[in-house]
Design a protein around this ligand. Structure first.
Ligand SMILES: *Cc1c(COP(=O)(O)O)cnc(C)c1O
Length: 386
């Protein structure tokens, strides 16, 4: 099926016609090739020998993701963070410099410190909304990798991927985008100037909170070759059972994103007008400082928002008393979730580092699920009032 002719919803509904199922029997859903090895004498043209190196189940989903991300190939890893580690392991050398945004997923931040301490990597943090600062950093340091998220987690800043892409091209640096929050349905970094798009499949992509996984996709054959080599050398590939579980969520991803977004916008609008709320950050609100950039590069705003309540006490009470928003980390599931970022997902940040990216003690991150939106709003009304 032609990616140019059909919209992404149509492509994802037809996994088998899109290289998403590799099976000689015409299976209508991807079979699980649960095997460690393949018989070298029986395989004919079959290129598989050992599941760490290659497996039809994994390759099916890799083919599909590569196609819908506009890449030339993909590697599925056992976790999302595993994809980020694979990026670093593929391209970082001792004494290298990395440039990242100040607002970075907590696990990525911890991983960056890990490489800093073990490989003498210099970490440069900058606010990527300030492109002049980004350019100065690129000009005056031998940066080998630029890694950013958009939207950022948890600050929900929207970074202009096209503008950053122009700079990384100019300074010949590898440009990688963590697309976990937006997903390839909403935003395709490789079409906007990135060399590498990577993401956790744990969140929206699988969508049911049943599995952990990650993917890394590139549109550059040389980069991809290095990534594949490293994945095999380090044994980072995902097992077929988990790949299969992730594939179950893929056809419904567009319609889920739409539902998450519609509810999130209603909730964000209600909260924004509530007297006991100081601030709501949601890329789909006109009040979001980068609303125009978000509209330009994303087709869905998804279901994650951050809310500053009038006080830390009230924020804590909301987490304590809500019935429908469970206190669990992660996002992108059918059930709504709520968390205090400093306590769970960004526990590796100091309170000063959190403040700098707009996360205060009274800030909660909310992932709006697929419940009826009136039930969700009523639940919060019972705690903070009309
Ligand atoms: C969750 C997340 C990751 C890590 O993915 P895991 O599957 O949990 O390892 C990386 N980046 C972002 C932005 C995330 O939200």
């Amino acid at each position: 099926m032609d990616r140019n002719r059909y919209k992404i919803d149509t492509i994802l509904a037809h996994l088998s016609e899109n290289g998403g199922i590799k099976d000689p029997f015409g299976s209508s859903h991807m079979p699980i090739y649960q095997t460690a090895t393949f018989d070298l004498k029986k395989q004919g043209d079959n290129p598989y020998d050992y599941t760490r190196s290659g497996n039809p189940t994994r390759e099916s989903l890799e083919n599909l993701l590569s196609k819908v991300c506009s890449g030339v190939g993909a590697v599925l890893t056992h976790t999302g963070l595993g994809s980020i580690a694979l990026l670093f392991e593929s391209f970082l050398r001792v004494n290298d410099h990395i440039l990242v945004d100040k607002d970075t997923y907590g696990g990525t931040f911890r991983l960056l410190k890990y490489y800093r301490d073990r490989m003498n990597i210099t970490l440069h943090f900058v606010d990527f909304l300030d492109l002049e600062k980004v350019e100065n950093k690129l000009k005056s340091n031998p940066i080998s990798i630029v890694l950013i998220e958009s939207p950022t987690n948890p600050g929900l800043k929207i970074l202009d991927l096209q503008q950053v892409g122009l700079l990384t091209k100019k300074y010949k640096t590898i440009f990688a985008v963590d697309n976990s929050l937006a997903t390839f349905v909403s935003q395709r970094p490789l079409e906007l100037g990135a060399d590498i798009s990577l993401f956790s499949t744990t969140k929206y992509v699988s969508g049911h909170g049943a599995v952990i996984g990650g993917a890394i996709v590139s549109n550059n054959k040389n980069l991809l070759k290095e990534i594949k080599y490293t994945a095999n050398a380090q044994g980072r590939s995902q097992n077929p059972m988990d790949v299969h579980t992730i594939s179950l969520g893929i056809p419904t991803l567009p319609i889920r994103l739409k539902a998450h977004q519609d509810s999130a916008l209603k909730l964000a609008t209600w909260l924004e007008n509530h007297p006991r709320v100081k601030r709501v950050v949601y890329p789909g609100l006109k009040s979001h400082p980068q609303y125009e950039t978000a509209k330009k590069q994303m087709s869905y705003f998804n279901g994650v928002l951050t809310v500053d309540f009038e006080s830390e006490e009230l924020a804590l009470r909301v987490v304590e008393e809500t019935i429908l928003f469970s206190e669990k980390c992660s996002f992108g599931t059918a059930d709504s979730r709520i968390e205090s970022p400093g306590k769970i997902s960004h526990a590796s940040f100091t309170s000063d580092e959190l403040r700098e990216i707009g996360i205060n003690p009274e800030t909660l991150r909310i992932s709006v699920g697929l419940e009826d939106i009136d039930d969700l709003i009523d639940d919060l009304k019972g705690i903070i009032g009309e």
